[in-house]
Design a protein. Structure first.
Length: 254
């Protein structure tokens, strides 16, 4: 998925640059070829800046080295741009200056376009990382709340029942109801949604099916198709199969 997202982004960049360079030209074939020669410089600069300089120096607050190496990168990138312009002058313009793309001969504008693309990639990367970090923070806060409040409060039969997660074998969804199977007592049936109960349970509880959540600590055996809890065999649906098997493999290492 990450590779696909990066590929789509750079395809959009290629299309955008082709429009920019072809806006003052009679056709878009030669601008496309020029962009094809320029895009490796843009991609190389963007990835080196965002995936090496930023995490290695900026995030570690090594500002002096970050600025110094960014200047080095700027010089190298501009030199590579000059090579691209020279190649375009040779291959596309056939050594005739009047055949060159108008913007390709304006070196300051070429440099600005290059670094606008780099900064655009930087902004998207930082925004994506911010979203991921916020999600991780929310997940951590949810887990912390679960650990601080280990008792599951369930309303059933006009009263609130306090259930310890360790006492639960598994949860079974029955349409508008959920039956909580408990080791030491009769099952408790509640109108709570199984998806809502899943958010209040510790990580040891695994969603194996749209109708079942099991306590991994109570699993006696399992295959790729089902899980045994006590004398009951519960099905693993195709949707949850991969995550369930991975979780059980970590929970019960060989």
């Amino acid at each position: 998925m990450k590779v696909l997202a990066h590929t789509l982004f750079w395809l959009l960049v290629i299309a955008l640059l082709t429009l920019i360079f072809g806006s003052s030209y009679s056709n878009y074939s030669e601008p496309f070829l020029f962009v094809g020669m320029l895009i490796p410089v843009v991609i190389g600069t963007a990835y080196f800046f965002n995936h090496y300089l930023v995490p290695r120096y900026l995030f570690k607050k090594k500002i002096a080295k970050f600025v110094l190496y960014s200047c080095y990168l700027l010089v190298v990138s501009l030199y590579m741009e000059m090579l691209v312009v020279t190649a375009a002058f040779t291959l596309l313009a056939h050594y005739r200056y009047d055949n060159m793309l108008p913007l390709a001969t304006d070196f300051p504008v070429l440099a600005i376009i290059l670094y606008c693309m780099v900064l655009l990639y930087s902004f998207i990367s930082l925004a994506r990382q911010l979203i991921i970090n916020q999600q991780k923070t929310r997940d951590w806060q949810d887990e912390k709340r679960k650990q601080e409040n280990p008792v599951l409060l369930v309303r059933a039969q006009r009263k609130v029942n306090r259930i310890l997660p360790d006492d639960i074998d598994y949860l079974e969804s029955l349409g508008d109801y959920v039956k909580i199977h408990i080791a030491s007592s009769a099952p408790i049936t509640t109108k709570e949604k199984i998806s809502k109960l899943a958010t209040t349970l510790p990580d040891s509880f695994l969603r194996i099916h749209r109708s079942y959540i099991v306590n991994a600590d109570k699993v006696l055996s399992y295959t790729k198709e089902q899980i045994q809890v006590k004398e009951i065999n519960l099905p693993i649906s195709r949707t949850y199969k991969k995550s369930v098997i991975n979780a059980l493999s970590r929970h019960y290492p060989k």
